[in-house]
Write a protein that binds this ligand. Sequence first.
Ligand SMILES: Cc1ncc(COP(=O)(O)O)c(C=O)c1O
Length: 432
Amino acid sequence: MNDTISDRRKDLRARHDRVMGQGAPLFYDEPIQLVRGEGVWLYDVDGTRYLDCYNNVPCVGHANERVVAAMHSQAATLNVHSRYLHENVIRYAERLTSLHHDGLESVVIVCTGSEANEIALAIAREATGRAGIVCTDATYHGNTPEVAKLTHRPVDRPAAGVRSIATPQMYRPSTPGLSEDQLCDGAIADLETQIAAFESDGTGFAGAIFCPLLANEGLTNPPAGFFERMVDVVHRAGGLVIADEVQAGFARSGSWWGYETVGFRPDVAVVGKPMGNGLPIAGVVAPHDLISNFRQRHRYFNTFAASPLQAAAGNAVISEIESRGLVDQVARVGADVKSELQQLQPERPSMGDVRGHGLFIGVDWVHPGTTDPDPDGAAAVVEAMRSRRVLLSRAGEHGNVLKIRPPLIFDSEHADILLEAFAEATDGTLGV
Ligand SMILES: Cc1ncc(COP(=O)(O)O)c(C=O)c1O
């Protein structure tokens, strides 16, 4: 019987590689074949139940009843493109913008974070009449042409209209041995250098884009004051600050927006992943004049975006987050998980750093006694957790940061399961 199951899995894997192409990514040494999700739980084809500590898109839980019912009812009534008036689409846009600070009052709704970031870059470039964008050197903001230029852009290898600064970070800074203030001064000086380079090569400076949680960078902790000073420098140079909230937004960090958690006010906010609990929705939220200028220049249209179906899912997600008090729950449960993980550190020298905000926690896995990244060790932990039926993954420049990012409905009882499995999986059996 076991042979049959394993043969069937091998066969599906071979068909996957054939029809999806070699290199289409799958998690785990032995990929999991999922068939069902419910709340924070995922079930595979054999009926094995996994605690989902990885997926941020199903933010209000897998197969959330309210979202499913809203989508079902809307799909059974009407779903068309955005060239007709629809009450719920407008209502959704009003609710989304009202969750942001004053000034971010209009929105372009799209389907993916990449599309949204592409528009945000265009808005910054058109508003300033200049092209230069600064990002970090270990970032990812999407896969469309302009946005892809930002991906892991080395500081010494600018692309047309894109320059980077070293990822600001306290744990593994590019210049070790400096105080926090000196690290902040250094990061701000790097930003000023890149802006000056744009000015001197004739590109001009349009703006800077940052994920407030520096999520793809490995959830690094920047030195205190970095974001505040960054906004000041960007504005003095006449640029716009874009906050990429695709991962950081929608209560993930224990506030509605990552920029609130880390303390700055962007000119443009880009939202995505969790907005539709799995239905593709993303958006660019910005001042009315910037959005109107963009629309007038481009007559932008996106076939599946700003549809009644998207609005139904999006409204249901906001209602769930609000009515279940998930912003506070995420802050409370996330702080507990982080502090419990920190208590495991003294006996596990591979846990170099435990950091993050809300329910987005990173464990920087290192070679003991050093801060040298250990991606193989981190991969072994991910596999060991999987064998204990807890799903997580890795992030960061070196692929050595364990990424713990469960659906927002993750509560204390789930945290206990995660922490027990983690303590067991890392208790010395991995050679730590
Ligand atoms: C911070 C960030 N921005 C943008 C994107 C791109 O979003 P999408 O995959 O929906 O295009 C991602 C995707 O992982 C992301 O992590």
